[in-house]
Design a binder for this molecule. Structure first.
Ligand code: MN3
Length: 245
């Protein structure tokens, strides 16, 4: 019996499983996934921080429901199944596993890369959107964007281009690299910038499942509409976290 298993049993006995789980779910943190691993030893699906229909008309309720309840839930399920084969890994956060992907046991490395990446990417994604979002960036991210890209309009255009040019499935990112510079990048599949030592400040999901029901093949239209739901407060928090890392 591992330490994590004992911790879980302790939590269940002391506070009731539902309460412990609720405590994990309500954590307001950019490292929600990490907190959940540390507390329960098992990864759980974070609930959407708003209703399925909250991002209408820019992102439709049906897409949000499928995306969260099916796609993200499946990443969590597959990740837990893989980690069950290596209980020693359960003391690590998923972020840490991605940062050290080459040290993850070979038999589950690809599963962790795809599903751990999927879990961490989507846990960020739900939080950097909000029904009260959009508009011009605020705070430190506004200054950083102006300093590094000249203007928000230029940044937005370059970010959308990178998203449009990602062939097939993947993500477009604003990352903070090891040297502390902001860069627009993109990754295939569910690969995380963490795997290259970069910190994802914000990212947009350009898998077809993120937009196909409403926008069909019009990815550029989705990329444009997405800015209406961007949560600059949360992105400022992520920038602060990245700067401390
Ligand atoms: Mn997705």
């Amino acid at each position: 019996m591992t330490l994590n298993r004992r911790k879980v049993l302790f939590l269940l006995g002391a506070t009731g499983g539902a309460v412990a789980l609720e405590a994990c779910r309500s954590l307001v943190s950019t490292d929600v996934a990490a907190a959940q691993t540390a507390t329960t030893g098992k990864i759980s699906l974070p609930p959407l921080p708003y209703d399925y229909k909250a991002l209408e008309p820019h992102i439709d309720a049906r897409t949000m429901r499928f995306h969260h309840d099916n796609h993200h839930a499946t990443y969590v399920k597959n990740l837990n199944a893989a980690l069950a084969k290596h209980p020693d890994l359960q003391s690590k956060s998923v972020e840490q596993m991605l940062r050290e992907i080459q040290s993850v046991p070979q038999d589950i490395r690809t599963v962790v890369r795809n599903n751990g990446g999927g879990h961490v990417n989507h846990s960020m994604f739900w939080r950097i959107m909000t029904p009260k979002g959009g508009g011009e960036p605020t705070g430190a991210i506004a200054s950083a964007i102006k300093a590094d890209f000249g203007s928000f309009a230029t940044f937005k255009q370059q970010f959308n281009e990178a998203g449009a040019n990602r062939f097939g499935s993947g993500w477009v990112w604003l990352i903070r690299d090891r040297a502390g510079n902001l860069q627009i990048t993109s990754t295939p599949n569910q690969d995380s910038p963490l795997m290259d030592g970069n910190y994802p400040i914000m990212g947009n999901d350009v898998w077809e499942h993120a937009y196909y029901l409403k926008y069909q093949n019009r990815r550029a239209e989705y990329l444009n509409a997405w800015w209406n739901v961007v949560n600059w407060n949360e992105i400022n928090q992520r920038l602060a976290t990245a700067s401390k890392a």
